[in-house]
Design a binder for this molecule. Structure first.
Ligand code: ADP
Length: 215
């Protein structure tokens, strides 16, 4: 499947994407995971992105498009991909449309995961993320704690609260979402590609996507 997952921070895009990769071997492409990997590696790209990320601001479109242009041409994308956290702005959506045309790739649909704001805030402040950049598993201290406190079940690395998960940065990320990313809902509606799924359970969202795709 070739999907874009839209939704506010905390809507469950990453969790849904990870569940969908198990369905048909499509790969999850998370620009947030790629950027955090670059920051940890101390690369040029990471250094350029870090300040924006810690403040809860978006990284400039040009950096993101450079990442995505390379990523979408890697062979593992041929079987399908789930775009998680990209596109995040109208210019990114327009650039993606051009890129997909150039690469001759057709999307199946754009899924808008719609979750109430109170749920988003609660999830983001209780979320914990694995520090291993190759894993980045997601936990929640309330609803999905790891078996051993502070340690990733999958790889044994420490799990932490992300630097951009302070109440201040979260509030700013939600504002940025409303200003810059929410307009993509209208953009993809016009393109005739949008499906909105309202729901707070990731299982229900995954089932709704599978049924839309006839799987
Ligand atoms: P979440 O969806 O939980 O907010 P992500 O892991 O997707 O978090 O992104 C974390 C940060 O990485 C964002 O706040 C932003 O600074 C940066 N980022 C990720 N994807 C993009 C993108 N497509 N465009 C601009 N910045 C991005």
């Amino acid at each position: 499947m070739k999907l874009i997952l839209l939704g506010a921070p905390g809507a469950g895009k990453g969790t849904v994407a990870k569940m969908l990769t198990a369905v048909d071997g499509s790969v999850q492409i998370s620009t947030g995971d790629i950027l955090r990997g670059e920051v940890q590696a101390g690369s040029d790209l990471g250094r350029q992105a870090e300040e924006f990320m810690n403040r809860g601001d978006l990284v400039p479109d040009s950096l993101i498009m450079g990442i995505m242009e390379k990523r979408l041409q890697q062979p593992d994308c041929a079987n399908g991909f789930l775009l998680d956290g990209f596109p995040r702005t109208i210019p990114q959506a327009e650039a993606l449309k051009e890129l997909l045309n150039k690469l001759n790739i057709k999307l199946d649909m754009v899924v808008n995961i719609d979750v109430p704001r109170e749920v988003l805030l609660d999830r983001l402040t209780t979320r914990r993320t694995c520090t291993n950049s190759d894993c980045q598993a997601i936990y929640n201290v309330k609803s999905m704690p790891p078996k051993k406190e502070g340690v990733c079940d999958k790889c044994g690395s420490p799990i932490v609260q992300r630097d951009d998960e302070t109440v201040e940065a979260i509030t700013h990320r939600l504002e940025t979402y409303n200003d810059k990313t929410a307009p993509l809902v209208g953009f993809y509606e016009k393109e005739g590609q949008l499906q909105t799924i309202t729901g707070t359970s990731s299982d229900a969202v995954v089932n709704a996507i599978k049924s839309e795709l006839g799987m």
